[in-house]
Design a protein around this ligand. Sequence first.
Ligand code: TYD
Ligand code: MG
Length: 452
Amino acid sequence: MTKQNKIIFACQSCGYQAPKWLGRCPDCAEWNSFAEEISESSKKKGSTISSMGYPQTIDSISLVSDHRIKTRISEFDRTLGGGLVPGSLLLLGGDPGIGKSTLVLQVAGKLSEQGLQTLYVSGEESPQQIKLRAERLSVHSENLYVVSGTCIEHIFDRMQDLNPDLLIVDSIQTTHTEALPSAPGSVGQLREVSTRLLRWAKESNTPTFLIGHVTKDGAIAGPKVLEHLVDTVLYFEGDSKHMFRIVRAVKNRYGSTNEIGVFEMKEKGLKEVGNPSRIFLEERPQRASGSVVVPCIEGTRPLLVEIQALVGPSPFGMPRRTAVGVDHNRISLLVAVLGKRVGLEMGDQDIFVNVAGGLKVDEPATDLGIVSAMISSFLDKPVKTDMVTFGEIGLAGEIRGVNQPEMRINEAKKLGFSKCLFSTSNIESCESISDIDLIGIKSVKDLLDLLF
Ligand code: TYD
Ligand code: MG
């Protein structure tokens, strides 16, 4: 880009353009929606039109074989839907310090071992600091190149020299273009830099990782604005205080979303957790009230999680509801259903619900587990040992069937559970499963008889 680039400010919600920054869009009345952009008229003309192909009938399009580059970190490959797709742009987001740089360096190590020329551009750390981390992770390779830099024009220069097979930009918020005078990390910068990297990734067919920091308030001012642009969005779930690091694909053009990879942070980097169900249940208290195991489906994989609840009288007039790992509003709804349909009034109680291990589950299939845990704690009675439970609860108190019941039950069986409580409407498709007691339930009213 030349110096004559014209800078304009555009409203990110309606596209209104102004020569100066405005606090409020005069067109759509949105507040704080203006971001700096390079005026389209000063960009090179014609380039988008000439690169466009001709329309073809859908039958005449030949399929490119689904070639994927395996990172050989199986939990990560699973999250990606089977491996890296050439030319894809990936965004890896998460809280500072959660392990983003560690994960990409491990991935870079594995891929460069396989002969892929990898370029790691860091805007946050010096090559010495990266080397230090690489030593810790035992990453050694002749194909892994490291450079410090933040200016996208300079990064492109280096890429022209090296022509890498894999590019990592750590982080996208520190990278900026000289064409825009605004500070690195601003929305305008972020979008411009990412768009250029996207174009480059597609043209050169190079997989590219962008690392994005999630900002403090969780609003993800950085990575969130790029989600629509990239092919795959991976987020580290939870915070760095949890024992496990869970990487979740929240968007994936090449695989199923909600797929997760489970890792543990050790002194030598992130280590895969091969059997997460076992790990999540490892520290489960025996015969304690308020603890229930639920088989969830995360992406394509079944996973057993422990849901814990603590229900007790509120010392103040305002009962508290705290939910970690499950939807807060769902708890209020389930409390209301329990009060109305079962006659268990918890409205005046403090209620805390927690998913052990730092995982987030937002499947409706966890409803029955949450309710069972709350009842168990409220009555201070442990639920039957060796029992798992899943099912959605409707407002009338009915227990509804959920998807893939066989997969859930088989996972429970694999981990030694001998009873499964779930919706009667799901039972039919599971009759062939042996060696586990299948207990059907129609309404929350029957729960008190079946839980204990
Ligand atoms: P890092 O990858 O630098 O986080 P991010 O790039 O997401 O900001 O990881 C930071 C944390 O991980 C740091 O607090 C130290 C810890 N860590 C380990 O426990 N073991 C290791 O082998 C490495 C490299 C980091
Ligand atoms: Mg980092």
